[in-house]
Design a protein around this ligand. Structure first.
Ligand SMILES: [Zn+2]
Length: 310
């Protein structure tokens, strides 16, 4: 005798329920931020794809994470908000489930080491966020143990669904959803790790340091502005990058887990408001009236000093 302890709910019905629920929440003033995936690729940008590839390389996750791919692709992550060291999300399943993921802040020692290794090698805030980085810097920031991405031990996850598995499919979907969100708002990775990305630019060993740090803190771009900026570039670059999908990378094994650098930098950079002197320097208008004269940037040192590869 067949006994179904939970009535079958069609996908369409679930979707309708979710939409009704979210409409109520919107009415109460909540800003709903759904994850929408176009096509099969969950994350296309350097930061988004690197996030997914990073998590896929841990054995703690490898047999649970894939369950989240279908979920995130079919729009089940109805809401995902990244705050300092936290992710809050709502995922639609048989019901709507509430998720909280807490991530330990990046240790101050690790952050200092990252800044030291990237010092003077990242041209601007825009380059950093668009992932236009040298191979050396990419290797440093994506390092499995000492890079910017969290280790599974630093990630605590909670979902209010009845699935007792340590990582249910809703949690897995949200982890992928974070990767997708980083495509549009890469600065949120730094917020998630509790560090100020402006400091990665500011550590150039010249007179720019103090000014850049100040400007980076005071005039950080809002997520929406960045989405506007990146919407253009990232969307255009995407088709040139067939090797990027992290979902497939995982299946091919460890060699493929290394994040794929973005396709060649776009020739035109979308207009961006001056953020820090490092950025303003590249535009035609002089930034601030009293910016100190910046010594001409010499080409970054060779990787001889970077013993930090893989
Ligand atoms: Zn769950």
């Amino acid at each position: 005798m067949f006994f179904s302890w939970r009535p079958y709910v069609s996908v369409a019905q679930k979707r309708a329920n979710a939409e009704r629920h979210l409409a109520r929440m919107k009415k109460k003033g909540m800003v709903v931020q759904p994850i929408t995936i176009e096509g099969r690729t969950i994350a296309r940008s350097f930061w988004g794809a690197s996030w997914c590839a990073h998590l896929e390389q841990f054995s703690d996750y490898d047999n649970r994470l894939p369950r989240g791919r279908t979920y995130v692709r079919n729009g089940s992550v109805c809401h995902l908000e990244i705050k300092k060291c936290e992710v809050h999300a709502i995922v639609s399943g048989s019901e709507l489930y509430h998720i909280k993921i807490t991530i330990e802040p990046l240790g101050s020692g690790k952050w200092a080491a990252l800044k030291r290794q990237c010092a003077g090698q990242i041209g601007s805030l825009l380059d950093l966020l668009q992932g236009k980085l040298s191979d050396g810097v990419m290797a440093v920031v994506t390092d499995k143990d000492d890079g910017l991405f969290p280790h599974p031990k630093q990630i605590k996850m909670k979902c209010d669904c009845p699935d007792s598995a340590r990582m249910c499919k809703h949690l897995a979907a949200v982890l992928y959803g974070v990767g997708s969100r980083l495509d549009h708002a890469p600065e949120l990775l730094f917020l998630l790790r509790g560090v100020d990305h402006g400091e990665l630019i500011a550590t150039k060993a010249d007179a720019l340091t103090a000014v850049a740090a100040k400007a980076g803190k005071g005039r950080r771009l809002k997520g929406a502005d960045l989405s506007d900026v990146f919407g253009v570039d990232i969307a255009q670059e995407a088709p040139e990058q067939p090797a990027a999908p992290p979902a497939r990378a995982a299946k091919r094994g460890k060699a493929a887990a290394r994040p794929v650098p973005p396709a060649r930098p776009p020739r035109k950079v979308a207009p961006v408001p001056p953020v820090a002197p490092a950025v303003a320097q590249r535009t035609s208008k002089p930034p601030a009236p009293k910016a100190p004269r910046v010594p001409r940037r010499s080409s970054p040192p060779s990787q001889a000093t970077t013993s930090h590869r893989g």
